[in-house]
Design a binder for this molecule. Sequence first.
Ligand code: F6P
Length: 552
Amino acid sequence: MAYPLLGRSPVELDEWSELKRYAAELKGTTIAQLFVDDPGRSERLKLSVGPAIVDFSKNLIDSSVVGMLIRLARLRGLEDAIDAMWAGQRINTTENRSVLHVALRMQRGSKLMVGGVDVVAEVDSVLDRMADFATAVRTGVFRGATGKPIETVVNIGIGGSYLGPEMATLALQEYAIRDIAFEFVSNVDPAAIASIIERCNPETTLFVVASKTFTTLETMTNAGAARQWILDQLGDREDVIAHHFCAVSTSLQLVSDFGIDSRNTFGFWDFVGGRYSVDSAVGLSLMIAIGPERFRSFLAGFAEIDAHMRSSPLESNVPVLMGLLAVWYRNFWGAQTQAVLPYSERLRRLPAYLQQLVMESNGKSVRLDGSGVEYNTGAVIWGEPGTDGQHAFYQLMHQGTTLIPADFILFAEPVAGPPGQQDMLVANGLAQSAALAFGRSDAELRDAGIAEELIPHKRMPGNRPSTVLLFPQLTPRVLGSLIALYEHSVFTQGVIWGINSFDQWGVELGKEMAARLVGPLAGAKPPDLAGMDASTASLVAEYRHLRGRPNA
Ligand code: F6P
């Protein structure tokens, strides 16, 4: 079976219709009943991979469904697709690019030849330069223009050049150097850069400008503001920029045009998508925070899952099963969203990170050949850490009318604080997952003495699916494996749907229109609004009025 399957629709396959039929049948049973029918279920549907124990048993599946989903995956060419990705084939067809984030974490010294170039050797050489730089910053060898050591690192970037570094630096703060503070600016809202500048001492601040393209409006605007501030504060000299700016990009010429020293510039490659780049040089601020050794262990966590994805049979391949479950709920149960619920304060930003990973990757409505899909693709991803979410939106998950499959992410050991509290945290996560699945029957409510008129209100229907991912502790390695599980799940979904998970053309139009609107909003003279839609034209006029700018 050759990959890509370009225009063929999965709907044409018998397995698709079979899954549809089977989903209708399963609607007549419950998760509770599935446990009764199959006493070995919890052990059979609990898989180990790297540091993770993944319990799929509280999902609306049985072995027939799993078998059908795997057959579907085979017929969609998933195994060939995996081979094609690892071989560096240009599977990002609309940008004519290979997709090789897996090369970022291949074992040092291994080889991956793509177009006559050993990609792993290139990755290793950038990692070595990053390690030297990060160590120099951490030990105070790299200093500001007035000779003081760096006390604040500010990552300026957006999307994949922000969400990954911020999420991971927050997640791993227990492993980070104490003498340096880490800040992240993404939004072009002037308040964002203003509050950073307010908090920072120019003499001891290092800006990391992270942008794959080095053209992104938000990042270049914020970087320009930061540069102006540093020059205003420390003097308009070239060496000031060299002491306070470094950059991460694929566009080395644009970095140099900005005035950043090539010794402080770290490249990556167009085969790394922005949302797959936290383990590239985009992770520089993370490496400065946790040090090169721990960054290596972060990469090793990814690599462990990569090896599993690459070589495990689909039947026991955890990220593949995660992806197939996402397809199952999206296409056969009508689920529109998926909740990600990390029971970890440190993973507060994981849902936002996964939103970009999943929704920018699989928010597509045409197949690889441009033909339209006649089935749903990527779900809306959302979530909050437990236990916070329990006191906000879980009500709807338990008793609302919408099916929301959920991932509970739990850790055995705490990273900080009183260890006893971790037991309470995990108890809550496990309780929620069980309550969603098994609910509480009317009989149980009556036995508990609940008044008859309250029974419909207190009824807990259950039968709401979730997966539990249990890890020993949130460490750099564990975080790497957690991210890789989701990356490969996203790929699996994309292959089933026959879409390109690695482009993001849908974000372009808004960017172009924003660029065209700045002039009419900001100009001193009344703007020419001809050609603009009526709603936008009238709002431009209202805005100008509020800013005291003439409209006529
Ligand atoms: O607008 C979407 C996007 O292209 C993302 O895919 C990317 O992560 C982000 O913008 C930032 O892009 P860059 O790293 O090129 O600044």
